[in-house]
Ligand binder design. Sequence first.
Ligand code: PLP
Length: 398
Amino acid sequence: FSFFDTVTYTPPDAIFELTKTYNADLAARKVNLGQGTYKDENGNPWILPAVRAAKEKIKESNHEYLPILGLPSFRVLATELVFGKDSAVIQEKRVASCQALSGTGALHVAGTMLMRAFGRDRTVYITNPSWSNHRQVFESVGFGVKEFNYSLSGGVDMQSFLQSLNEAAPKSIFVFHASAHNPSGWDPSPEQWKQIGSIVKERQLFPIFDAAYLGLTSGDYDRDAFAIRYFAEEIGLEIAVCLSFAKSMGLYGERIGLCAFVSRTRTLATAVESTLAQLIRFEISNPPAFGARIVAAVLEDVDIDAEWRRNLATMSSRIAEMRLQLYQELTELGTPGDWKRLMEQKGMFCILGLTPDQVQHLQNEYHIYMAESSRISIPGLNRSNVRYVAECIHQTVK
Ligand code: PLP
């Protein structure tokens, strides 16, 4: 007899497992294109100069508990960053927010909050394909999760997208990727977001914006926040935003994010925020301080903030350069495949369109690691390995 007889083995998360296998690979020449983390030109993790400067400023802070909702200055500054300082939602105090354990924690809090507000009979719709964690985050809080077709090989499948919005029961929840859709790399254009917004409004659907790549997508934070601001400001919808600073500030391990709800009135926002405080209190009591202090120190200092904006441009332009280089190498080699997508897709990722066997071959023969779907994390490329990667892809598919 065991109390754990009913517990069956759960296979490890594929992408974390891939990193583990990569780390254990003793080959002199190996390339990790799996996990979506930014690497510098030498393949090393990059501590952003803005983050270095911020850490210098906060090094004397103590180790007391933060308030339940998180570091107040962090919440104010992060909210202003997303919605714009002069936005109506901020001026009218209609945003309820809490600090969260990065983007994943923010999605979890948002799900828990919506379960409280809406109850179990609502469905959460996620894109197909989507980030591998979406389904289980929302199922874990008790929602049923359905997928809708999101992408075609050449872009967003608007027809399916709009049809799903039209066919979903009113008040259903839709998880949108605010920018740099993971894994497809295809985003709706501003015009398409407007079409989506008008159906969301008309059919009374609730949008959650998963915002893990703001600033890193185009290099310009405001531009990447277009969809969020359009929904909240222009057409006045109630929305949730789940913000991560993992990618945009390189704070992967600090687990710093924000969960924000825009509500119709200030009174409702106060009620939502009080509920968020209760949810945080019974789950983690209060959030960790270090990441919040770093983000606040970046955003509250004009010079460090300006440095950070330059750092975002550095990261996004290095990603763009690597997209171009891989495209040029594959085209020069005459490798069969549709490589234009390398240039057209947005964000950190590109799905190469290889078969699982080809992906496995690249790993076994050439020590090049990528997700089974052939999604590659572009920042794993640099000037010293891009030619090698192109040649190995060529050898594998030709
Ligand atoms: N959402 C998407 C689409 C992601 O790709 C990621 C990270 O890969 C996240 C959310 C959350 O990441 P984190 O919890 O590290 O902020």
